[in-house]
Design a protein around this ligand. Structure first.
Ligand SMILES: CC(C)(COP(=O)(O)OP(=O)(O)OC[C@H]1O[C@@H](n2cnc3c(N)ncnc32)[C@H](O)[C@@H]1OP(=O)(O)O)[C@@H](O)C(=O)NCCC(=O)NCCS
Length: 186
């Protein structure tokens, strides 16, 4: 894999490596039930947030199973707005994308703008062939984001997961490199 050149700049955002100083802002939204609702774990304790920020700050992306974890910041105002992640999946050319925003950053197209930049990286420099997103079917905000990105709904697996005391239906969205590239302006 080539080196990942950071930060990545978009129209309104900067995507950069996490720093220790992001901890309080990260914990502020990862300690909320509304953030944790559709994520695998429960709301994070401060110690768990410290572990996550430490792991994100030091990510390496060299082999299957590794994650790219990028802090999202407004270009004109420092401070953490959320994160986007890309996981290198087993199998040739396969990856999975994910996202979480602080509540005050939602509803502004920020996740979509950050995800587009990550898909550009994933299909560009990193040369993945296919990138998917796996969601709880009740996570309508994430499904709308996948649709906004042009990802295809590929499967619905009824009660595929059991978490947070209930059965959950998994939906998988995906997009191929050639499909992503054909959607970009020349
Ligand atoms: C999933 C999540 C990241 C989606 O965030 P989001 O802000 O809704 O996503 P987008 O960036 O696509 O923004 C879309 C919204 O911004 C609005 N918007 C405003 N300006 C916009 C712009 N310039 N471009 C695009 N959308 C814009 C859209 O109309 C849309 O609003 P709506 O939700 O009222 O229809 C967010 O809900 C979240 O962090 N959830 C908690 C964590 C989580 O569940 N993570 C995913 C687990 S699979």
């Amino acid at each position: 894999m080539p080196d990942i050149r950071l930060p990545i700049r978009t129209e309104r955002l900067v995507l950069r490596r996490f720093e220790a100083s992001d901890l309080d802002a990260y914990h502020a939204y990862h300690s909320l039930p509304e953030t944790a609702r559709f994520l695998p774990g429960e709301v994070k304790s401060y110690t768990q947030s410290m572990e996550s920020v430490g792991k994100y700050a030091n990510f390496v992306f060299e082999k299957e199973g590794d994650w790219i974890c990028l802090a999202i910041e407004a270009a004109d105002s420092p401070g953490l707005l959320g994160e986007v992640v890309l996981k290198w999946l087993p199998g040739y050319g396969q990856a999975e994308i994910g996202w979480s925003l602080a509540p005050e950053a939602r509803g502004k197209g920020i996740a979509a703008e950050a995800a587009r930049a990550l898909l550009n990286l994933g299909f560009g420099e990193l040369r993945f062939h296919r990138i998917d997103a796996k969601l709880d079917a009740l996570n309508l905000a994430s499904a709308a984001l996948c649709e906004r990105l042009g990802m295809r709904l590929e499967s619905t697996k009824v009660e595929r997961w059991h978490y947070k005391g209930r059965w959950a239906t998994e939906v998988v969205y995906a997009i191929l490199a050639e499909e992503w590239k054909s959607r970009q302006p020349d």
